[in-house]
Design a protein around this ligand. Structure first.
Ligand SMILES: Cc1ncc(COP(=O)(O)O)c(C=O)c1O
Length: 482
């Protein structure tokens, strides 16, 4: 039972109807039988190739350009394995860019999806809602407030919308301040405002620029070493902030912290650096906003601000992706005036029933900390990369701008073959897809192979199997045969 309502109502009777749940359990078992047939990487099936090609053509026509990957799933998978509509089976190391953290055909997800089907409406909103949206927000805040002052959650449908709400909260609190600070190479989503803040020229091509953004360097160990240590790098950046503050006194509303950069290259920061920047914000009346849309759940703590031990500084925090429904959280002090945040949809019933399962599973124990399951997965991933580097040193030439051939944190994993060359890294991702691994690239140069695996479903023994496929893919690219 993943859906809740008040006792004594007709709805309560429906949600607790034993015969319905017995039928659901039968369905879950049946799905499990199909799921169990997916056991290893498989080539596409020749007989359905024509139908699948047609699907791809249709998908390309609708979108106006071909899909980046011929990636349409059949609707069934097993843990980290997913069956595609061409009959092939692949390791899903991308999970829709970090969404399916519970893996494929997870019985708990299937049951939560069935529970959602009982409700009278599909969508919930700010004017009528089921209680599940409330429990979802309540649970998020319960976790978030353990190590921060976050007190309220506004639920919404996408990461970009959560960020749009966050920026409004910051603007209102610090009105009329209208500038924002952000890290170089940050990513914040694809709405008009977020595309302007995100530090990617391609992402804002043709978009009129109305948002006033000043960029600050992300932590960079090489640069810090070249300057003479972390303190020098901190001093340099604080000096930049002081210049911005002097130039735009009273006009800076917020500093957006992507605490581990996602699209920017899975770059991990330094806690002292972040602390110095956040203290600057506190001293100068600038909101500290953590964009945890990619980091939430998957670092070595549930929130990346907990990993860096910076929760007390956070005024606003946004989460999304694996949470299914997205949220903007804020402290009591930042609770906006009525009218600022609303919208037709908060999400679909299933977003909340599955989102609640996700929160249960994340907090079940054993996942977090330096000795937790997510850290262990990262260590195994690093071991596989190290073995690949040792076996094929020519695929891993010395590369400027990286701190080791693999990096990231917890379930954010990257490695850097072929000197981080964009063409070769993209070719490696495409070839990996053919060889049975779904992955993607990240970074703005050097470029990296990026993985966001379903750590709540993945087994440690899956890793060598994933890397067998990766090795085949890299071999093809190295030989110029991809
Ligand atoms: C850090 C960060 N912020 C915001 C977003 C936007 O989320 P969405 O794509 O759900 O709008 C993303 C998506 O990749 C992200 O990584």
């Amino acid at each position: 039972m993943t859906s809740t309502t008040t006792k004594g109502t007709v709805g309560d009777g429906l949600l607790h109807d034993e015969s319905i749940h017995a039928a659901f359990n039968t369905i879950v078992e049946k799905v499990g039988e199909y799921s169990a047939q997916i056991t290893e990487v498989r080539e596409p099936t020749a007989e359905i190739a024509t139908d699948f090609k047609q699907m791809l053509t249709d998908a390309g026509k609708i979108k106006g350009r071909p899909l980046m990957y011929p990636s349409i799933s059949s609707g069934v998978g097993n843990g980290a394995l997913v069956e595609m509509a061409d009959g092939s089976v692949k390791w899903d190391m991308l999970t829709g860019i970090g969404v399916h953290f519970l893996g494929h055909s997870n019985p708990k997800v299937i049951k939560a999806q069935l529970d959602a089907s009982l409700l009278d409406t599909t969508k919930h909103g700010n004017l009528q809602t089921s209680y599940d949206a409330v429990t979802f927000g309540e649970r998020l805040i319960e976790h978030a407030s353990k190590n921060s002052n976050l007190a309220h959650a506004f639920i919404t449908t996408s990461g970009a919308m959560a960020n749009e709400s966050a920026i409004k909260v910051c603007y209102q609190k610090h009105a009329p301040a209208s500038r924002v600070l952000a890290f170089e190479n940050c990513f914040m989503g694809r709405s008009v405002t977020m595309a302007q803040i995100g530090d990617s020229a391609g992402g804002r091509q043709g978009v009129p620029l109305s948002t006033l953004v000043d960029y600050v360097p992300f932590w960079n160990k090489d640069q810090a070493d070249a300057m003479g240590g972390a303190t020098k790098f901190i001093d340099y950046t604080i000096n930049r902030l002081e210049q911005y503050h002097a130039r735009y006194a009273g006009q800076i509303s917020t500093f957006i912290f992507e605490l581990v950069q996602g699209e920017g290259g899975f770059n991990v920061s330094n806690p002292d650096y972040l602390k110095a920047l956040m203290e600057f914000c506190k001293a100068h009346g600038i909101a500290v906003w953590a964009d945890e849309i990619q980091t939430f759940g998957r670092t070595e703590q549930m929130f990346a601000y907990e990993y860096y031990n910076l929760g007390k500084y956070i005024d606003v925090c946004t989460v999304g992706k694996m949470t299914q429904a997205c949220a903007t959280m804020y402290t009591e002090e930042y609770n906006p005036k009525p009218g600022l945040l609303s919208g037709t949809f908060t999400g679909a019933t299933v977003d909340f029933t599955v989102g609640n399962v996700l929160l249960d599973e994340l907090s079940a124990g054993g996942n977090y900390g330096p000795n937790g399951k997510f850290a262990a997965h990262h260590a195994e991933f690093s071991k596989q990369v190290a073995a690949l580097v040792a076996k094929h040193p020519d695929w891993f030439p010395e590369t400027a701008g990286i701190d080791g051939f693999c990096g990231g944190l917890g379930g954010m994993m990257r490695f850097t073959p072929f000197g981080g060359d964009k063409k070769k890294v993209m070719a490696a991702c495409k070839e990996a897809y053919k060889q049975g691994v779904i992955c993607f690239y990240c970074g703005h140069g050097p470029f990296h192979v990026r993985m966001l695996p379903p750590l709540l479903a993945m087994k440690m023994e899956d890793w060598p199997r994933v890397f067998e496929c990766m090795e085949r893919a890299l071999a093809k690219v190295a030989a110029g045969k991809s």
